[in-house]
Each structure stands twice: as C-alpha cells, then as structure tokens.
Design a binder for this molecule. Structure first.
Ligand code: S3P
Length: 448
C-alpha cells in the first residue's frame, strides 16, 4: 500500500430532490471478520457481498501474508482457504494496514497466540492511533511486543509459544479490543472469559458461533456481557453473506432527509441492534424512515430503508447509545445542523481516537460552515437552524467519514461545501461519488 497521495478535493453544491435506489457496499466490520475467521478455519469458506474497499483489501493481503489462500472469484465474491487455528506462518514482510484500525487490531489478536512475529504499520492516521489497548491485554495470553512510545505503530508483535487462557475485563468501549481478545483465545488452551460493560457490536461472537467455535455469552448485572471462548477447537469453514453497511447507508440516508423533496431507498441494510443507533436517533428527530422487508441474511437481520425529506428537530442523544452508532456521529452532526433546535451528543471520548479526532474535525468543519455549536471534551452540542450557510472548504484529516459527512452537508447548504481530500473515501465506501451522483448529488472537481 502506498501512502503518499496527492489530495483530491471535491465540492458539493445544493441540489434538487434526490431520488432512486442506493445499493451501498458490504459491511466493513463483517467483511474483515469473514476474511480472518475464514483464514483460521480448516478448509474453504466462500464470502459474498464482501466490501472491496482498501481497508478490507488490506486484511485480505495480510491473510495471504500469513499463509491463507485468498482468491477473488467475482464482484464481492471471495474464497478463503484457511490454515486452521494456530496455523499462521510468519509473514516475510511488514503488514501494512493503511488506514484500517479494525483490520490491524483484529489481526494482532489473531496472531497473538501463535509463535510468529509480525511487524504492523499503517498510514499517518493509523500510526497516530493507540494500539496499547489491544497489545497490553494480549500480553496476558503470553504475547510480547515492541512499539513506538505510547503504543504506536510501527510495532512488532510476537505471539505466545505457550499461550494461556485469560479472564479479562475490557474497560474501553471498543468492539475491536473485545474481538482481538476473542480471536487470541482461539489458540489458548482452556476457557477464556472476556467481559465488557459497553454493549459493543457482536459480529465476532456471532460469526465465531457460525464457524463452529465453542462460545457462550452471559449477561452481567452491570448491563454488560461476558463472552466465553474455549481454545484449541478447530474452526469449520463457513460461507458468509455480508449484509450492506449501515455506516455507509448513513450518508445517502441523511442526504435524503435534508434535501427537500427527496425519497431514497436503500435495500438490504444490516439491522443488527448494536448498529441501529443512528436510525433510532433520526426517528426521534422526526425523520421519515420506513424499514420494510425485514428478513435474515447470513445470521444477521437486514431490511430495506426508505427515507424521505423530513422536518427534523433537535434531541438529546443518550450517552449509552454511543456504541450502537459510534461511527455515525459525524453525519448525525450534519443532520442536527439541518434540524430545528439543539442536539446534544455525549459519551463520545472514543471519537477522539478514530481515523481523526472526530470531535475536533467536526467542530472545525461546522464552524467553517457557520453552524452554531459547542465542542465538549466528550461530545458535541449543535444548535440546529434548519440549514447551514456552507461556503467553506473543510479539512478531513485523512478521515473518510468526515469527507463524506461534509459532502452530504453541501447537498443542502446555501453555499457549496468542499472537502480538501476525498481519497480516503475509498477505504470504506467504494463507488460513493457515483452512488451519490446517481441520486442527484452535484459534486464538482476543484483544484487542490
Ligand atoms: C469496529 C469497531 C469500532 C468502529 C470501527 C469498526 C469493528 O471501533 O469505530 O469502525 O469492526 O469492530 P472501536 O472498537 O475502536 O470502537
């Protein structure tokens, strides 16, 4: 992966009603997990609907470097020949995860109980993000590591040659940390217990069950959960149908709500209750979003979303909802700007360590676009005035979701909104520009 790129700015102008059907790509979280668990199973797993964006392709490349056979069969259709739990080979070269926190952290877990060493690196954004939250608990299994000051990449992780099972409570509200530890547990003899107070996304747990792992989940009195995994159990290959990503659907969805006269359908979106916080919040704001044709696909609930332009009002978003909509706060802040009244978002300290410091990046962008708001240490308060002046260029800080959020804002703002770089959108949402243009977006290339 090459990290030097010339920035690709883009401007978004107010447009007429949006209409049509938006087929957003596969879920990023599930795509990473399908490749990794496929690589840890014995035999061939087929994946359909895989997100073929840079973050996930980086994970596919890492699985190849660790000895699995990973082949693209057709659009979104991949076959993985796994090497079995404990079967990873030492990679011959550095594992470069680009912009991908999820890919890199999950793979750290996957190799932590196999006696190999691997060097992890990524782009300038990923090299600023904290890895100690994963590395430290992995040492309990017997893994060791050397990282830059503060637990930053580049880093070398050496898996335990004689791993032991652990009982560990994850205090940070992170599904990546929980998932990394569950993957490490697969090759540790005995039963590992991972507890967490926050109810973060449970795709790893669900998929592990599908791959035949010995796994159990227990509700805890504090409202959290403990996950039990028995190690040294073979994973059976399993076919995975990846539902469409609700975190990507969020962009055409909010665009439809804020552009007058719009009606947009987004079929086949993942509706796992740990991912539907944005839908719940938008509906509380008065959004006209119908969920039709609810069904199950690949062990997950999915449905079609039909969103129409709506008069939104400000709401208090409960802090406890943060894990279920953690990636959606940037686009929610845009919806809140077009609402009437104050929207309060709290409990968001994790947003400071995403692809960018999202609270700072959103605050700077909202300020440039003339939105009255306040940045809190752990949140954002937006005073919605049913519109936005716009007329600004927003710095995206290598963050795909900041870029997409402000391009959506420009579709309804009084004056155009441009973003300094769209290159990062390819990490999570292939075809974003085309998809939005097909609905009616007026995106114009501008000079760097
Ligand atoms: C993810 C978990 C979240 C989320 C990320 C994907 C996952 O990160 O922000 O986009 O697939 O487990 P954290 O675990 O750091 O909260």
């Amino acid at each position: 992966m090459s990290h030097g790129h010339s920035p690709r700015p883009l401007s978004s102008r107010r447009t007429g009603p949006l209409a049509g059907t938006a087929l957003v790509p596969g879920d990023k979280s599930i795509s990473h997990r399908a490749l990794i668990l496929g690589a840890m199973a014995v035999g061939r797993s087929e994946i359909t609907g895989l997100l073929e964006a840079e973050d996930v392709l980086g994970t596919a490349e890492a699985m190849r470097a660790l000895g699995a056979d990973v082949e693209r069969q057709g659009e979104g259709h991949w076959a993985v020949h796994g090497v079995g739990v404990g079967g990873f080979a030492e990679p011959q070269s550095v594992l470069d995860f680009g912009n991908a926190g999820t890919g890199s952290r999950l793979v750290m877990g996957a190799i932590a109980t196999t006696p190999i060493s691997a060097v992890f690196t990524g782009d300038a954004s990923l090299r600023r993000r904290p890895m100690g939250r994963v590395l430290e608990p992995l040492t309990k299994f017997g893994a060791t590591y050397v990282a830059r000051e503060g637990g930053l990449m580049p880093l070398t992780l050496t898996g335990a040659s004689d791993p032991i099972c652990i009982d560990h409570t994850v205090t940070v509200a992170s599904a990546q940390v929980k998932s990394a530890l569950l993957m490490a547990a697969l090759n540790a003899p005995g039963q590992t217990r991972i507890a967490q107070t926050a109810l973060t996304r449970d795709h790893t747990e669900k998929m592990l069950a599908g791959f035949g792992a010995k796994i159990a989940v227990e509700s805890l009195p504090d409202g959290g959960e403990a996950v039990y995994v028995t190690g040294e159990v073979d994973l059976k290959p399993s076919d995975v149908e990846v539902p469409r990503d609700p975190s990507s659907a969020a962009f055409p969805l909010v665009a439809a709500l804020i552009v007058p006269g719009s009606e947009v359908t987004i079929p086949g979106v993942l509706l796992n209750p740990r991912r539907t916080g944005l839908l719940e919040t938008l509906r509380e704001m008065g959004a006209d979003i119908a969920i039709v044709n609810r069904r199950f696909s690949g062990g997950e609930e999915i449905g079609d979303l039909v969103a129409r332009h709506s008069a939104l009002r400000g709401v208090d978003v409960p802090a406890a909802r943060a894990p279920a909509m953690i990636d959606e706060y940037p686009i929610l802040a845009i919806a809140a700007s077009f609402a009437d009244g104050r929207t309060t978002m709290r409990g968001l300290e994790e947003l400071r360590v995403k692809e960018s410091d999202r609270l700072a990046a959103m605050s700077a962008g909202l300020k440039a676009c003339g939105v009255t708001h306040e940045e809190l240490p752990d949140g954002l308060i937006v005073d919605g005035r049913q519109g936005m002046a716009g007329g600004a260029r927003v710095a995206t800080h290598m963050d795909h979701r900041i870029a997409m959020s402000f391009l959506v804002a420009g579709m309804a703002a009084e004056h155009p909104v441009s973003v300094d770089d769209t290159a990062m959108i390819a990490t999570s949402f292939t075809g974003f520009e085309t998809l939005m243009r097909n609905l009616g977006a007026d995106f114009v290339q501008v000079n760097a």
